[in-house]
Design a protein around this ligand. Structure first.
Ligand code: ACO
Length: 436
């Protein structure tokens, strides 16, 4: 066995450099010593979209994409989904250990206590147009919480930081429910302290004029499991945004709003809404082959398929399929399930998808379950943002307490013009405008 290092020969200078390996990785900053001459800036790694760049060390979530493994703080996702509640898992993600019974009671009490929204936040939500997208309303309202809790800026004060983290976790379902009710023109429902996290959320969403809305226990547990599956996923697009904005020492409300904005995109959390649109577009099983052919010729994507990290079946998709059976036993089958199952079967056998290691991801089935539970597609990404807030906050706190972290500021490789002078406007000839 050789040393834990890499030797690099710079063929421009014939110099050899020895770069230490820590946990099997080099530090990119060690490349900077490799220079052509004293004036040279030094070598950097060029890595658009961070395909091979670790931006932090983390103890929170472990993924082995090739083997389809996902663990929170060392615990397999399958075991957590089977044996724990979402708030138990939230405690685990934030504190590193599963709670004891008294710790869990205290934690649940705390989260329950902070569910109310300030009346000005309600008024803020009322200002949105009747047809505003619930995810956009949620993003804006989360940012607006920063105007209510000014102590949120004290991010290095442990008590203040933790209080505002709890506020976010507690109030996300309240804001989400208000946004949903607003888009339907229904009056807002206040939280009920006697109910669990998901029962209360379902009540705030679905209660009409009945004196007491009772969430179906199977559906409330299914939602709880879905929340566990979505709680964290290490350095995904939105978490990277949370860390990046957090690195400027912005408060947790605006950081979370930024992360939620990243989540809303169709290539990330917005994919579950797109899956439903796609299944609607396909319409019947008979149209699947033509749709697959279209995807293979580059006209569109098979939404809910593919993942940057999983090059094997997404373990969350497997649990979601199991959860779907529980939900459909109560609600009846969503007719779209048949099309989704057939689509998956065909795609998993097709060389195009096999060769590219494209498997269903968490979003492929979640939308079908949510729809069967009575959610409209515009709510799907909102349902993702609620539990992911826990992961974002755990990662944000880890960043703040990591002495190695600084403000995130990537480098670039400049490929534009050399310095040039401004030509007076009357002397300029029309030039083709560079594509932006
Ligand atoms: N349908 C068809 N082809 C696909 C798909 C897809 N869903 N995903 C990737 N490909 C193809 C690409 O066109 C590319 O083909 P090529 O090699 O011939 O050019 C190849 O597979 C590799 O794809 P990349 O885009 O390089 O993979 P990347 O890791 O950058 O993207 C992503 C991952 C964004 C998730 C992508 O698979 C995708 O767009 N999927 C659909 C959207 C989706 O479901 N997003 C949810 C992800 S899970 C989450 O965020 C919660």
């Amino acid at each position: 066995m050789g040393k834990d290092s890499l030797s690099i020969i710079d063929n421009r200078t014939d110099k050899t450099y020895e770069l230490p390996l820590t946990n099997g990785n080099i530090r990119s900053m060690d490349l900077r010593q490799i220079k052509k001459d004293a004036d040279d800036f030094g070598v950097m790694g060029y890595d658009p979209a961070f395909l091979n760049t670790a931006s932090c060390q983390s103890k929170i979530t472990y993924i082995d994409g090739d083997r389809g493994i996902l663990r929170y703080r060392g615990y397999p996702i399958e075991e957590l989904a089977e044996k724990c509640t979402f708030l138990e898992v939230a405690y685990l993600l934030l504190n590193g250990e599963l709670p004891t019974a008294p710790e869990l009671d205290a934690w649940v009490d705390l989260v329950t206590h902070h569910r109310m929204l300030h009346e000005t936040t309600k008024a803020f939500l009322e200002g949105f147009r009747y047809d505003a997208h619930p995810m956009t309303m949620l993003i804006s309202t989360v940012a607006a919480l920063s105007t209510v809790y000014k102590d949120a800026r004290n991010i290095f004060d442990l008590n203040s930081r933790r209080l505002n983290m709890v506020r976010l976790i507690s109030k996300m379902p309240s804001m989400a429910a208000y946004a949903y009710r607003h888009s339907l023109g229904f009056p807002y429902v206040y939280p009920d302290d006697l109910l669990s996290y998901t029962e209360n959320f379902m009540t705030m969403l679905f209660k009409m004029v009945e004196p007491k809305y009772v969430a179906h226990p199977v559906l409330a547990r299914a939602l709880d499991i879905l929340f566990i599956l979505h709680a964290d996923h290490e350095q995904n697009c939105s978490t990277n945004v949370m860390r990046s904005v957090g690195s400027s020492q912005a408060d947790p409300f605006v950081c979370t709003a930024a992360a939620a904005a990243a989540l809303s995109g169709p290539l990330h959390g917005g994919a579950n809404e797109e899956v439903l649109k796609m299944l609607d577009e396909i319409g019947t099983k008979a149209n699947i082959p033509a749709f697959i052919d279209k995807v293979k010729t580059g006209k569109g994507k098979l939404m809910g398929f593919g993942h940057r990290v999983y090059k094997n079946y997404d373990p969350r998709a497997r649990i979601i399929k199991w959860t779907a059976d529980q939900v459909f036993a109560v609600t009846g089958k969503n007719p779209k399930l048949e099309i989704a199952l057939e689509l998956e079967k065909i795609a998993l056998e097709d060389e195009y998808f096999v060769k590219r290691k494209l498997y269903p991801n968490v979003d492929f089935y979640s939308g079908i379950i949510y729809q069967a539970m009575g959610f409209r597609p515009e709510m799907f990404t909102v349902l993702f943002a609620i539990p992911r807030t826990v992961g974002w906050l755990a990662q944000w706190e880890e960043l703040l307490t990591d002495p190695e972290q600084k403000i995130a500021r990537p480098r670039q490789v400049y490929t534009g013009y050399e310095a040039r002078t401004v030509v007076p406007i009357e002397e300029r000839s029309q030039q083709p405008v560079a594509a932006l």
